[in-house]
Design a protein around this ligand. Structure first.
Ligand code: NDP
Ligand SMILES: N[C@@H](CC=O)C(=O)O
Ligand code: NA
Length: 359
């Protein structure tokens, strides 16, 4: 079955998703609407490669964006096919709108972590509205953890088949993986590099959140820990996860531009932390833990010896280790965990699952 897709947010990830759908000439997906924070465009025929020009404020069918007018424009699209609203923003107000879309019978797919890691009542409402009963709308959010890596899907499979989670531990941030894999190294591969320079490169490569402090303050990893914990049945919130924030205090309230400009002043601070670890034969890695057994889920800058799998990670790879009753030797998922291509892949495969399930 074909599904209509209406996209809110056509930045790095949203536009890469469109590129992948158009270049693969998908017969299952018709992109009928695109929106950014200023404009939207909804069409009765699938959008083509000129979607970006069509969306510009000069386009004849372009309208000023609001969640209400965008949603109203989709009302007739459900008549023929199911419609998926794809949220590719990182915005909280957009996330808070999912219940409205679900109540109107739209499916929701998103890489945006806000709805699944913020207000617990919003999360429960979304779960209740997409409860899997016949005819209920579907919600997929694979790319919220580990980008396109099959993390949420695997966790759901473990739980739905009756396994018990002992712990989920890993490096869940492509940005922090890239930063520490390059900054904190041992032996022959060790080459001196400044912390602020590695942060700039991670930003240029599209791994960071729009403000890299949302990665460095641990919040992005904490959100992923909360999402995995909730999928595993824990009522985790930002208050119940202990987070080590590594943004220097002096830079926490600076503007995003000032933050990047002043970060080099703190290079020596990070170098001291690194040297302390290296002198003990260890590297620094930023690690998230979901711990249902002891109730102590956390995000910490930890130290690991060279022999540990977290120490030999490369590039922006994520690594996620599920220790369960059935997998006392953990089930490990590893690979590229950030960047537009792999995030869009996760979204694309989520939407294909909806196309299959709504046949
Ligand atoms: N980059 C990555 O590796 C990964 C990203 N993600 C998630 O993917 C999502 C998208 O990230 P990315 O593409 O990098 O973000 P960008 O900042 O590149 O794009 C965001 C888009 O959302 C639009 N937008 C923002 N606020 C609103 C709003 N209130 N209403 C409508 N549109 C809005 C922006 O419009 P405008 O241009 O007008 O501001 C822009 O088109 C985020 O949630 C991120 O956390 C998840 C996994 C990995
Ligand atoms: N900034 C995030 C992007 C994906 O969620 C990361 O670095 O992992
Ligand atoms: Na994933």
């Amino acid at each position: 079955m074909v599904v209509n897709v209406a996209i809110v947010g056509v930045g790095l990830v949203g536009s890469e998703f469109i590129r992948q759908v158009l270049t693969t000439q998908s017969k299952k997906i018709a992109i009928i609407s695109v929106a950014n924070s200023r404009n939207f465009l909804t069409s009765s025929t699938p959008l083509t490669a000129s979607w970006n020009d069509d969306l510009s404020s000069a386009g004849p069918a372009t309208k000023p964006f609001s969640l209400e007018s965008f949603t109203a424009s989709l009302a007739t699209s459900k008549a023929t096919y199911s419609t998926v609203v794809l949220d590719c923003t990182s915005n909280e107000s957009v996330a808070a709108y999912y219940p409205t879309w679900l109540e109107a019978g739209f499916h929701v797919v998103t890489p945006n972590k806000k709805a699944f890691s913020g207000d617990l009542n919003l999360y429960k409402k979304i779960k209740q509205l997409s409860n899997g009963q016949k005819g209920s709308p579907l919600v997929y959010h694979e790319s919220t953890v580990g980008a396109g890596l099959p993390v949420i899907n695997t966790l759901n499979d473990l739980i739905n088949t009756g396994d018990k989670i002992v712990k989920i531990e890993g490096i869940f941030s492509g940005t922090l993986s890239y930063i520490f894999n390059n900054f904190s190294t041992l032996g022959a591969s060790a080459k001196p590099v400044k912390f602020s320079e590695v942060v700039s490169v991670a930003k240029e490569l599209g791994y960071t959140e729009p403000d890299p402090r949302d990665d460095l303050n641990g919040m992005d990893v904490a959100r992923k820990v909360i999402i995995l914990g909730r999928v595993a049945g824990l009522d985790l919130t930002q208050e119940t996860v202990q987070v080590e924030n590594i943004v220097p205090e002096e830079l926490r309230n600076a503007s995003p531009q000032d933050f990047m400009a002043k970060l080099p002043e703190f290079d020596q601070h990070f170098e001291n932390l690194n040297q302390e670890a290296v002198q003990n034969g260890q590297v620094l890695r930023y690690v998230g833990l979901v711990d249902p057994v002891h109730g102590k889920s956390s995000v910490t800058l930890a130290r690991y010896p060279a022999s540990h799998p977290f120490a030999s990670l490369k590039g922006s790879d994520n690594i996620i280790a599920f220790t369960t009753e059935r997998f006392p030797s953990p089930l490990i998922i590893q690979g590229s965990g950030a960047g537009a291509a792999v995030t869009a892949f996760g979204i694309y495969s989520d939407i294909l699952k909806i196309a299959e399930r709504t046949q």
